[in-house]
Design a protein around this ligand. Sequence first.
Ligand code: NDP
Length: 395
Amino acid sequence: MSSEQTRRRVSIFGATGSIGQSTIDLIARAPDAYDVVALTGGQNIAQLARDAIRLGAQVAVTADAARLPDLQQALAGSGVEAAAGRTALVEAADRPADWVMSAIVGAAGLEPGLRALQRGATLALANKESMVCAGPLMLRTAQAHGGRLLPVDSEHSAVFQALIGEDLDAVERVIITASGGAFRDWPVEDLAHATPEQAATHPNWDMGQRITIDSASMFNKALELIETKEFFGLSPDQIETVVHPESMIHALVGFNDGALMAHVGAPDMRHAIGFALHYPERKPLPVERLDLVALGQMTFRPACETRWPALRLAREVMEAGGLNGAAFNAAKEIALDAFIAKQIGFTRMAEVVEEVLNRLSTQLCHIDDLFDLDMVVEADHLARTQARQVIAEDT
Ligand code: NDP
């Protein structure tokens, strides 16, 4: 086989973000192994253009149509095509890449991922919101078109790896670990006064601003619990959370013979990204090898739903099913925007989301197999409108 034939065609959605940059780091280490088809970003035009030129991408796309002239200017003379806007972003997923990284933040990542699956591509899914909003639709689409979904969230990659070669019927439970985020040691009564700057500092992981704040509120973990249910077809009572401040164990799978298989590794997303990039093979990755003696000990604490009400809401959403995940995520995104803009306090975020779910409970489809993309978009829109309304009522 010639080297041309062995090169893999890859696209990275959300290339300018934290996951996107880690993916580029891995791909750039093996320039002969990959042809880069599309890179997409949002506001960070300089980074997008720099990486597109460096990797020789076919096309660079910014989601913001108004930034097209900037992108064209940054790419002038490079031979990389420039495109902009929501439609161009989604159409970039139609380009024939074999492996597509889905690393846009938020519900905006859903449609490009679905389009890649419709082409039968392998979709490496960092964008957890896709599974939260439309897990059954993602799985149906992959199955119908011969696409493959691989988890990139470290917890889901850990579960996936622990399940290799196992009988799914022998799984009793999955334990998802949580670092506890920036405020895990704060007195609960102080949380109402926490600022966005304080929430955006993660003790263990270096991540984007939004997911770091979501770690402090445990909304990130809440999304991951829902993602676990969808990805692995578990019932809500099979999914547990435990706070593990060292973030060395990413998840554990408990089997019916009492065995508990843990995935242990340094907190570096390049492991899960690299695993998905090379799957089903394992290849060397530039991640730290753990020294267990130096680590000394690993500790665990209960994940308290009073401190982190997002965990209780996640359980309710998993039990309700259907489009409740889409509404939950959308309301969370609006509440997070409002917290970042200092319109609402830290603890108000969960109250806003709960209020939105209560107000919409009779309007949302509760049946997993009965919704399509339009219905997801509609639920997302309804929840955003309702969340803005709830926040406006505060003032
Ligand atoms: P970042 O905020 O660092 O990056 C987000 C990316 O999405 C950027 O490329 C950004 O462009 C782009 N983007 C933002 N808004 C839009 C939009 N409306 N339309 C299209 N593109 C957009 O996020 P992360 O990399 O931290 O996270 C990405 C996803 O991966 C999230 O779903 C997150 O939950 C998940 N994840 C992240 C982990 C991590 O360690 N960071 C771990 C596990 C999962 P620009 O910056 O140019 O504006």
